[in-house]
Design a protein around this ligand. Structure first.
Ligand SMILES: *[C@@H]1O[C@H](CO)[C@@H](O)[C@H](O)[C@H]1NC(C)=O
Ligand SMILES: *[C@@H]1O[C@H](CO)[C@@H](O)[C@H](O)[C@H]1NC(C)=O
Ligand SMILES: *[C@@H]1O[C@H](CO)[C@@H](O)[C@H](O)[C@H]1NC(C)=O
Ligand SMILES: *[C@@H]1O[C@H](CO)[C@@H](O)[C@H](O)[C@H]1NC(C)=O
Ligand SMILES: *[C@@H]1O[C@H](CO)[C@@H](O)[C@H](O)[C@H]1NC(C)=O
Length: 420
């Protein structure tokens, strides 16, 4: 990547010194994938969240401070059910939670989530249970400068840093949104790849993995094929990207956009919730957002469509376009909606084994570092080489020099806060 962060520029000496300190500090070696970033633009990402106890949709939403309707649409759950925001979701339900991924101190992460402590909470229960392993107790401790984790005041407002990646909204040059997935004890890389219709090679590449071994608690970035928008930069929904098979709600609940099946072109139309919305009619036309007309001509099919162009300053932007296509399009297809779930259908973890994959297509270009998520310090991948377990990677480094310690300490100090 062009925008390399200092992480990737550490010298081997610095890396060695780092490993030595790592050996003394790291308690658990769960890893998560971090993405260096350089600009302050935020982007869209997804968290893979396992509901830890029966919770209303609105309660899950408030855990992450996101819109309940956005959680429902991201999971293709039908929002037309009455009082759907108060629907009680079953314990252990797996949900994709759409979040905004920021760039903080050169690393992609989400820092917009806060949690108010309740009686009997511990940092571990908050991390492992409430946030289903998306964050570690140590990360919460560091993020909130808690010196004594045994003393948590009830009602304390904690920042909960959450892992996210965007990788420019693409995977192998196709639009993609990244799901931060916490590896479960039964998971294998093969099963995860099959479940998300990707390949082992791609997962290894995205996560800069040296081997296929994964461990419960590791956090992988899983690319989901998606439909990208091209709204103007000033739009509040700039960068909207919707995973295949799901929906997104936008423009103050006035517009809903869907992705797939069939084509990965974003399709937006008035939302079923739309109540008081600015006009969604295209200028000089009787077409509304999402409408199109076709006219068979000798040259092909003349398609006129009124498309949603983003939410700018509280206004729904519409654009009328015409194009000549070889064939007239059929009716718009929509991803199937599911009823608000009330029980957990155990989806087969041991999904059908994927068809043999062509390994090593093109040059593998790791875009990230796989680092320990649970220790107080991050691990670092040596330049140009994805690392497997941090201990293996460290042992490759020749422990001959000790200069650069000061520089390194400065670095690790900075990184500590960058990552945690
Ligand atoms: C990001 O993606 C856009 C297209 O979506 C492309 O033009 C641009 O070069 C990419 N940037 C990087 C740094 O990969
Ligand atoms: C999108 O999802 C549909 C099923 O909902 C699937 O048939 C199709 O292959 C998916 N497209 C991509 C590019 O993954
Ligand atoms: C235009 O879209 C609206 C809302 O989606 C729909 O009710 C209406 O039937 C459509 N009109 C035409 C001409 O397709
Ligand atoms: C296509 O249809 C639009 C309106 O329906 C019309 O203005 C335009 O001239 C047509 N173009 C062609 C090439 O027929
Ligand atoms: C939105 O409003 C702000 C100030 O109210 C203005 O500066 C900006 O140009 C507007 N954006 C667009 C795209 O109209």
């Amino acid at each position: 990547m062009a925008n390399q962060s200092p992480i990737l520029n550490l010298s081997k000496t610095q890396f060695f010194v780092f490993c030595v300190s790592l050996a003394n500090v790291v308690l658990v070696s769960s890893k998560s994938t971090i993405e260096p970033c350089s600009n302050s633009d935020s982007c869209n990402a997804m968290l893979g969240y396992t509901v830890y106890t029966e919770l209303k949709v609105s309660e899950v939403a408030s855990l992450f401070q996101v819109d309940p309707i956005a959680i429902l649409t991201a999971n293709a759950i039908d929002i037309s059910y009455p009082d759907v925001e108060n629907h009680i979701l079953p314990s252990q339900l797996f949900l994709k939670v759409p979040i905004t991924c920021s760039c903080v101190d050169g690393i992609r992460k989400s820092v917009s989530t806060h949690y108010k402590t309740r009686p009997s909470d511990t940092l571990s229960s908050i991390a492992d249970s409430v946030y289903s392993g998306l964050v570690s107790a140590d990360q919460i401790r560091e993020a909130n400068s808690i010196s004594d984790p045994s003393v948590l005041d009830v009602g304390q407002n904690l920042v909960v840093p959450l892992p996210c990646t965007c990788f420019n909204g693409t995977d192998n040059s196709l639009p993609a949104i990244y799901l931060s997935y916490v590896v479960k004890p039964v998971d294998s890389l093969t099963a995860i790849a099959a479940k998300y219709s990707t390949t082992i090679t791609d997962l290894m590449n995205v996560n800069a993995m040296g081997s296929t071994s994964i461990k419960a608690g590791d956090i992988l970035a899983v690319p989901l094929p998606a439909c990208a928008s091209n709204f103007p930069k000033g739009a509040s929904d700039f960068g909207l990207i919707v995973p295949n098979g799901s929906y997104a709600i936008s423009a103050s609940h006035c517009v809903q956009c869907s992705c797939g099946p069939g084509s990965l072109n974003l399709y937006c139309m008035p939302a079923s919730l739309a109540v008081s919305c600015s006009s969604m009619q295209c200028k000089n036309s009787n077409l509304m957002v999402g409408n199109y007309t076709t006219q068979q001509t000798s040259a092909g099919c003349n398609v006129s469509s009124c498309k949603y162009g983003g939410f700018v300053n509280g206004t729904i932007i519409t654009t009328l376009s015409t194009s000549l296509q070889p064939r007239c399009p059929g009716p718009q297809k929509f991803p199937p909606l599911i009823a608000p779930p009330s029980s957990v259908i155990r989806d087969s973890i041991f999904a059908p084994s994927p068809s043999p994959q062509s390994e090593g297509v093109g040059a593998l270009t790791p875009r990230s570092s796989l680092v320990p998520a649970t220790g107080s310090l991050p691990g670092l991948a040596p330049i140009g080489g994805p690392m497997g377990r941090s201990s293996d990677a460290c042992s490759l480094v020749n422990p001959s020099t000790t200069s650069g310690i000061a520089a390194f300490l400065f670095f690790s100090f900075k990184l500590l806060f960058a990552i945690l």
